[in-house]
Write a protein that binds this ligand. Structure first.
Ligand SMILES: *Cc1c(COP(=O)(O)O)cnc(C)c1O
Length: 298
C-alpha cells in the first residue's frame, strides 16, 4: 500500500524580492506525488474488490497517466491507456512519463469512439487528467492541511495560488476551504494553462454550479499555448531554481509564476504557492528546450 508523506511540508521561499510560502506537494511520495496523488487519493484509501483494471485516456506524456500506472501497479490492477498518437521519436526513444508508464506495464491503445461508453464491471474508468468528483476526497485533505498550518502560524488571511489544467484541483480546493472553515475566507487564485479563461470557467461550472466556490482566474495579456516552448517560461524556470533551490514543473509552473508576478496585489497578503509535482515530465520538455535555447546560461 502507498503511504503518502502527509501533511506535505510548507517552506518559506524568496523569489524576486517577494517572500512566499511553498506547499511541497511534490514531496508526497517519490512515485505518486503532486496534485495527482491528491486527486487519486480516494482510489488508494478505499477498497475496490471487483476492480481489475483502470482505463483512462489522454496524451502520451501526461503526469496523470504516469500516476495512474503507479496506482495500478500498487493495487495489482491492469492499466489500459488510450492515446490519439505516440510521436515516432518518443516510441523509438522512450523517456519521461511515457517511459515510466511503460515500465509499470501500461498497455497503450489507440483511441476510438467507444471509449467513453465502456461500462465493464471490473473496470475503473478515469477521465482525462483525473477530472472527476472523487478528486474532491484528496483535495479536501489538502485544504485541511492548509487550514491547520494557517492556524498554527496564526495567519488570518491567506491567498493561495496554483496553476490549472482541468481546474479540478483549484476548484475543489476553494470549495473545501470554504466548506471546512467559512470564517476565514481563504482565496484561491489560478491561471489557465490549457485552453483559455473561458475554457477554465466552463470546467469550474461542470464540477460546481455555485460560483461562490469558484477560484479567481488571473491571466497574462498574451495568449499561451499548452506544451509550446517559450523563452520566458524556460528563463523563469531556471531563475526559480537558482533563487529557491526548488525544481518546478516546466508545463504549468512557469506560466503560474509569470501570472502571479504580474499580479503583485495578490502577494500583499501572506501567499501560499502549491507545488503540484510533475517533475518527471520535465525530462521531455528539457530536451526540447535545451535544443532550442542552448545559449541561455544557467
Ligand atoms: C495535472 C497538473 C496540473 C493541473 O491540475 P488540474 O487539477 O488539472 O488543474 C498542474 N500542475 C501539475 C504539475 C500537474 O501535474
Amino acid at each position: 500500500m502507498i503511504t503518502l508523506f502527509s501533511p506535505s511540508p510548507v517552506e518559506q521561499i524568496s523569489f524576486d524580492n517577494y517572500t512566499l510560502f511553498l506547499k511541497r506537494d511534490d514531496l508526497l511520495h517519490p512515485d505518486f506525488s503532486g496534485n495527482k496523488a491528491r486527486k487519486f487519493h480516494y482510489f488508494l484509501q478505499n477498497d475496490f474488490p471487483d476492480i481489475k483494471k483502470i482505463v483512462s485516456y489522454g496524451s502520451a506524456q501526461s503526469n496523470a497517466m504516469y500516476s495512474l500506472s503507479v496506482l495500478a501497479k500498487m493495487r495489482g490492477w491492469e492499466f489500459e491507456y488510450y492515446v490519439d498518437h505516440v510521436a515516432e521519436y518518443l516510441k523509438e526513444n522512450p523517456h519521461g512519463n511515457y517511459k515510466a508508464a511503460l515500465e509499470n506495464h501500461t498497455i497503450f491503445q489507440m483511441r476510438n469512439e467507444e471509449l467513453g461508453m465502456r461500462n465493464e464491471e471490473a473496470v475503473l474508468f478515469i477521465e482525462e487528467g483525473g477530472r472527476q468528483k472523487e478528486a474532491e476526497f484528496g483535495i479536501e485533505i489538502l485544504a485541511q492541511e492548509i487550514l491547520d498550518w494557517q492556524k498554527e502560524k496564526g495567519i488570518e488571511a491567506l491567498n493561495i495560488f496554483l496553476p490549472s489544467g482541468t481546474g479540478t484541483t483549484a476548484l475543489f480546493l476553494q470549495k473545501s476551504l470554504l466548506t471546512l472553515d467559512a470564517s476565514r475566507f481563504t482565496h484561491v487564485y489560478t491561471c489557465a494553462c490549457v485552453g483559455d479563461d473561458a475554457y477554465l470557467k466552463k470546467q469550474f461550472f461542470e464540477l460546481e454550479e455555485d460560483e461562490k466556490y469558484h477560484p479567481c482566474i488571473l491571466s497574462l495579456e498574451k495568449k499561451h499555448h499548452f506544451g509550446k516552448l517559450y523563452r520566458d517560461n524556460y528563463e523563469i524556470w531556471l531563475k526559480l531554481q537558482q533563487q529557491t533551490g526548488v525544481v518546478f514543473d516546466l508545463l504549468y509552473d512557469p506560466l503560474g509564476w509569470r501570472t502571479l508576478l504580474a499580479h503583485p496585489e495578490v502577494m500583499s497578503k501572506p501567499t501560499l504557492y502549491i507545488h503540484q509535482g510533475g517533475v518527471l515530465g520535465n525530462e521531455s520538455m528539457l530536451l526540447r528546450y535545451e535544443r532550442k535555447y542552448k545559449n541561455i546560461e544557467n
